[in-house]
Design a protein around this ligand. Structure first.
Ligand code: PMP
Length: 396
C-alpha cells in the first residue's frame, strides 16, 4: 500500500491537518465525492420507479452500489439493505423482532450507546431481560462471563466487532458459535471493524451486521444492515411506505422481499452511490493491506504512548487483537483541554469525551478520555507528532 500516493486522493489532507479522528468519521477520497456529484449533476432521478433513461441509470447505479457493498462483506445483494447508518440498522432490528416477554438479550459492557439504548428500550417495552457480559482488566471480553450469560431464553446476542474506545477486536466467530448453540441470533456492530479489516459475514457467522458509510470513506447518512438469508424470517420491517410493497388493495398489503422491505420511501440515493464508490476504492487497495498498515501504526503508537508520563490508556497495551484506536487520559488535564491544545498547537484532530460509551468508561474509572484513531491515510510520522505534542502538553 502506497500511503504517500493514496493521501493525494484526500483533498482535506492538503491543508496539513493531522487527522486522527477517523473513528468519529473518516475523510473522503475524491472518488466518493465524484460519485455523489455525478448523480446530482448528471442523472438525478428516483430509483425503482421510472422507465426513463435517467431513472434507469439511477436504479442501475443504486443496485450496483448494493452489489459492491455485498461483495465487500461476502454477502448476497438481497441480504444488504441501505439504512442511514449503524444506529438506524440496530434500531431496525430492535424494533423488528417479534419479542416475547421473558426473552433475553445479551450485550456487553463495551458497547457504543447505539448498540445499548435500543435494547434497553426494547426490554422495557416487551418485558425482556438484559444480561451484561463483563470485561477483563485490559478491556477484552470475558468469555466465561459470556458463556454464563447465555441460556435457554437467550433470543439475541448484540456485540460490537471492535470497540470504538479501546480498539479491541472481539472473537465474533467464537461468540457466533456459542450464540447459535443456544438457538440465539447474533447482531454484530461493525461500525469500527468493517472499515478497517477484511470482514466476511459467512466466516463471522453473524445474522445481522450493522455499519456506517461515513466511517469507511463514504458519505454521512448512509449505512448498511446485513440480514442473513436464514435470519430474514425473524425480522419484520418497523416502517412501512412506498417502494416496498408488491400489492395494496384497500386494507390489505403484501410486502416485497428483502432488501426492498427494509427500504420504504425514497432512499439516500446519492449516499448509496458514494458508499458504493467507497467500497470499490477500499477493495481496490485491498483490505488486507489496509489492516496491515493499521497494525503497523498500532505498534508505533503503543510504543510512543507508553513513554509519556501521566498517560493512562483505556484498553490493552499489547498490540494483539486490537485496531488503531487509543483512548487515554493525561494526569491533571481535562480531556477536552488536551484535544483543544492538540488542535491549536499542532493541527492534530482527535476527539474527547465518553465517545458514546459511558458504561465502558465507568467500568475503568475514567471520566472521559482523549481518543486518537487511525486510518489508511495516516503515517508513522503523524503518530510520532501526536506523541511529541502529548509530551509537551504533559510538561506544560
Ligand atoms: N457503534 C460503534 C462501535 C460506533 O463507533 C459508532 C459511531 N461512533 C456507532 C455504533 C454509531 O454509528 P453512527 O453514528 O454512524 O450511526
Amino acid at each position: 500500500m502506497d500511503v504517500a500516493k493514496l493521501r493525494e486522493d484526500f483533498p482535506v489532507l492538503s491543508s496539513g491537518v493531522i487527522y486522527l479522528d477517523s473513528a468519529a468519521t473518516s475523510l473522503k477520497p475524491r472518488a466518493v465525492v465524484d460519485a455523489v456529484r455525478r448523480y446530482y449533476e448528471e442523472y438525478t432521478e428516483n430509483v425503482h420507479r421510472g422507465m426513463g433513461r435517467m431513472a434507469q441509470r439511477a436504479t442501475d447505479e443504486y443496485e450496483g452500489a448494493r452489489e459492491a457493498l455485498a461483495s465487500f462483506i461476502g454477502a448476497k445483494p438481497h441480504e444488504v439493505a441501505f439504512t442511514s447508518g449503524t444506529t438506524a440498522s440496530i434500531n431496525i432490528v430492535a424494533e423488528g423482532i417479534a419479542w416475547e416477554a421473558g426473552d433475553e438479550i445479551v450485550v456487553t459492557r463495551m458497547e457504543h450507546h447505539s448498540n445499548l439504548l435500543p435494547w434497553i428500550r426494547a426490554s422495557k417495552i416487551h418485558g425482556l431481560r438484559l444480561r451484561f457480559v463483563e470485561l477483563d482488566d485490559e478491556g477484552r471480553l470475558d468469555m466465561r462471563s459470556l458463556e454464563a450469560s447465555l441460556g435457554p431464553r437467550t433470543r439475541l446476542v448484540a456485540l460490537t466487532h471492535s470497540s470504538n474506545v479501546t480498539g479491541v477486536v472481539n472473537d465474533v466467530e467464537a461468540v457466533a458459535k456459542l450464540a447459535h448453540d443456544h438457538g440465539a441470533l447474533l447482531l454484530v456492530d461493525g461500525a469500527q471493524s468493517v472499515p478497517h479489516m477484511p470482514v466476511d459475514v459467512r466466516r463471522l457467522g453473524a445474522d445481522f451486521l450493522a455499519f456506517s458509510g461515513h466511517k469507511m470513506l463514504g458519505p454521512t447518512g448512509i449505512g448498511v444492515l446485513y440480514v442473513s438469508e436464514a435470519a430474514q424470517d425473524s425480522l419484520q420491517p418497523p416502517w412501512l411506505g412506498g417502494g416496498m410493497v408488491e400489492e395494496v388493495t384497500g386494507d390489505y398489503y403484501r410486502l416485497l422481499g428483502f432488501p426492498q422491505r427494509l427500504e420504504p420511501g425514497t432512499p439516500n440515493i446519492a449516499g448509496a452511490l458514494g458508499l458504493g464508490a467507497a467500497a470499490r476504492y477500499l477493495s481496490g487497495i485491498g483490505m488486507e493491506g489496509v489492516l496491515e498498515h493499521e497494525l503497523e501504526l498500532v505498534r508505533v503508537a503503543l510504543d510512543e504512548l507508553r513513554g509519556i508520563e501521566g498517560l493512562s490508556l483505556l484498553g490493552p497495551w499489547s498490540p494483539r487483537g486490537r485496531l488503531g484506536i487509543f483512548s487515554f487520559s493525561l494526569r491533571g488535564r481535562h480531556p477536552d483541554e488536551v484535544a483543544a491544545l492538540l488542535s491549536e498547537m499542532s493541527g492534530i484532530e482527535v476527539r474527547s469525551g465518553y465517545h458514546c460509551a459511558q458504561p465502558l468508561h465507568m467500568r475503568y474509572g475514567f471520566r472521559g478520555t482523549v481518543r486518537a484513531s487511525t486510518y489508511l491515510y495516516n503515517t508513522v510520522d503523524e503518530i510520532r507528532a501526536l506523541a511529541d505534542s502529548l509530551r509537551r502538553i504533559s510538561r506544560m
